[in-house]
Design a protein around this ligand. Structure first.
Ligand code: HEC
Ligand code: HEC
Length: 317
């Protein structure tokens, strides 16, 4: 009884405080002593949202500190799906990539679109599909585009596991705040327009050793060792990585593997343009016609989809 009435009083005070904060002339609340109002109003004054705050440094918990309980089991399952996606979520995967191929170090690495930077940033509006996306919906998009597969239905254990893994990895991060290292560092516009021929040279010199001269990567015992950068086993035309700005930013920060930051900005743009001027699986939102699909989904100077390169229309097959 005591607790219930204290709670009721608290609710009244809060209601009253929020009303008075918005009205010039607050009406007296029923049963509340007027003298208690200013203090209550002060206490309940909403803090300023941290949106405009500077990004803070963040370290995810150590990989071996996943708790030994039922929640931890789900977190571990998410980690396994993230690292060996085909093996652990095969029915939703349509290529030979794993999430970790683009989100390095099991999704922990800053500036390689880490899961802890992502998790705290949703729900969020995305111009890609013109509505507010939950984190689970964001994950669905990765399966459909980056993995050229099928979106697991909402509530599917695959999504629950990935969400648990990302949630755990965000332990202590500011919800709706900003952390350093989300996504990729912004890459300045190149001095020269990105160029296929220059990119081809960069590719031969700095990438082909691992990803193959034909961009198909290398596998060993059915496992992807060096992931394919284009072709039927790579990401499709709807994936974020197909956009040369995203690709150049990722490449600049992370490739060649272990030597992130070593390419010039221009080289990163050129090699991204080369990589994203090759054939890859169709955009699953294809409208039956490349130009119409470009107009609807690729109306951007950094998408090569539908453009003609070396006499071939990209996305045309
Ligand atoms: C081919 C590379 C690639 C693969 C594979 C890939 N992603 Fe991504 N992912 C990206 C890129 C690029 C972005 C940023 C795209 C953008 O901004 O449109 C991204 C964004 C994300 C985000 C949102 C990041 C943020 O900060 O908002 C999440 C979460 C995510 N991916 C999870 C996954 C999961 C889970 C998988 C595996 C099922 C996966 N990704 C596979 C390239 C990839
Ligand atoms: C030393 C070997 C090595 C070199 C050299 C290298 N990469 Fe990679 N790259 C990798 C590995 C391994 C991964 C996957 C990382 C993981 O799973 O942890 C990767 C991932 C990628 C990805 C994301 C996955 C995909 O298939 O789309 C892209 C894009 C990429 N590399 C582009 C490049 C480019 C461009 C160059 C040259 C500038 C390059 N890489 C040089 C080893 C290399």
């Amino acid at each position: 009884m005591k607790i219930a009435s204290a709670r009721l009083l608290g609710t009244l005070l809060l209601t009253f405080a929020s009303v008075s904060a918005h009205c010039a002339a607050p009406a007296a609340g029923p049963g509340v002593a007027p003298t208690s109002v200013p203090a209550a109003a002060e206490k309940a004054a909403a803090p300023k949202p941290p949106e405009t705050k500077k990004p803070v440094a963040f370290q995810p918990p150590a990989a071996d500190s996943i708790p030994d309980d039922d929640f931890g089991k789900m977190v571990r399952k998410g980690e396994q799906i993230f690292v060996n996606t085909r093996e652990n979520a095969g029915r939703f995967v349509g290529n030979s990539l794993n999430c970790v191929n683009c989100h390095l170090d099991a999704g922990r690495k800053a500036n390689a679109s880490p899961l802890w930077g992502a998790y705290i940033s949703y729900p969020a509006y995305r111009s890609k599909n013109e509505h507010v996306n939950t984190f689970a919906e964001r994950l669905q998009g990765c399966f459909r585009f980056s993995m050229n597969g099928k979106a697991p239905p909402l509530g599917d254990p695959t999504l629950v596991a990935l969400e648990s893994y990302a949630y755990w990895m965000s332990t202590g991060a500011p919800v709706r705040g900003k952390v350093e290292g989300r996504g990729y560092p912004e890459l300045a516009k190149p001095a020269l327009a990105p160029d296929y021929a220059r990119g081809q040279k960069v590719y031969a010199q700095s990438c082909a050793l691992c990803h193959g001269a034909d961009g198909q990567g290398q596998a060993s015992g059915g496992k992807t060792v060096f992931p394919p950068l284009w072709g039927s086993q790579s990401f499709n035309w709807g994936a974020g990585m197909h956009d040369i700005k995203n690709a150049a930013s990722f490449i600049k920060a992370n490739m060649p593997l272990g030597l992130g930051g070593s390419l010039s900005d221009q080289d990163a743009w050129d090699v991204a343009a080369y990589m994203n001027s090759q054939d890859r699986p169709q955009d699953p939102r294809f409208k039956g016609n490349v130009q119409e699909t470009r107009k609807k989904y690729h109306d951007s100077p950094t998408s090569m989809y539908g453009l003609k390169v070396n006499e071939r229309v990209l996305g045309g097959k």
